[in-house]
Design a protein around this ligand. Structure first.
Ligand code: GRF
Length: 226
């Protein structure tokens, strides 16, 4: 049975779109039962509406504490029947009440190679720092920001001439491949967390190798359909 997902967005929702597209292609055995945004104008809400997916705005400003906001989110997500929660550019930190309700069932994507450049401006800070390699990370969400166990990472080259926008765009293209892959593994029950380690079952045949001339590295390697 497809895994019922709630997807939380604050902005464009291009990662939401990439997951919906891979669900439609049959590569991800899941169903998005609800999209929630804390921002009324988030384009992700339009993407949900275009697919006929129920969408709700729950503005954080209406709540006097994080705990009350978490409870409202939790009520919406559980009422929709979601069994896992996908953070796709959701710019709020989830508190313990929410995180503990979905143990190892919440994923986030971050536009840097964690643990480097955690926080809101990961891609921009990596570009400003002058790194030569950056990338993106899908991880389980725990009670610390950008901290939970790592599911998959993609590395891309970064250059001195890159603006923050250039690097963010290069990273985003890979986000759209690794996030649906991670959701597919979660939906298929193939992820097992032991401390900080995420084991994929069955394991990938090999660690990713970089073919000559390739401009990115993804590990564990992407499977067919991604
Ligand atoms: C992505 O860069 C993601 O890594 C970060 O927020 C951005 C969201 O983009 N968490 P979108 O809304 O999915 O287009």
């Amino acid at each position: 049975m497809p895994l019922p997902l709630a997807v939380l967005v604050s902005g464009s929702g291009s990662n939401l779109q990439s997951i919906l597209d891979r669900i439609q292609s049959g590569a991800v055995d899941a169903r998005v039962v609800l999209v929630v945004s804390n921002c009324p104008g988030a384009y992700g809400l339009t993407r949900a509406a275009e697919r006929g997916i129920p969408a709700r705005v729950i503005p954080h400003a209406l709540f006097s504490s994080r705990d009350e906001y978490d409870q409202a989110l939790l009520d919406a997500v559980t009422a929709a029947g979601a069994r896992a929660v996908i953070l796709a550019g959701f710019m709020r930190i989830l508190g313990p009440r929410f995180v503990r309700s979905f143990p190892q069932r919440i994923l986030n994507i971050h536009p840097a190679l964690l643990p480097s450049f955690a926080g809101t401006h990961g891609a921009g800070e990596a570009a400003a720092y002058g790194v030569k390699i950056s990338g993106c990370t899908v991880h389980f969400v725990d009670e610390e920001m950008d901290h939970g166990a790592v599911v998959i990472q993609a590395a891309v080259p970064a250059g001195a001439e890159d603006s923050a926008e250039d690097l963010a765009a290069r990273i985003l293209a890979l986000e759209h491949r690794i996030y649906p892959q991670a959701v597919a593994w979660l939906a298929a029950g193939r992820l097992r967390v032991a401390g900080r380690k995420v084991h994929l079952a069955p394991a990938s045949a090999a660690l990713a190798e970089v073919p000559p001339g390739a401009s990115y590295l993804v590990n564990p390697p992407l499977e067919q359909g991604f």
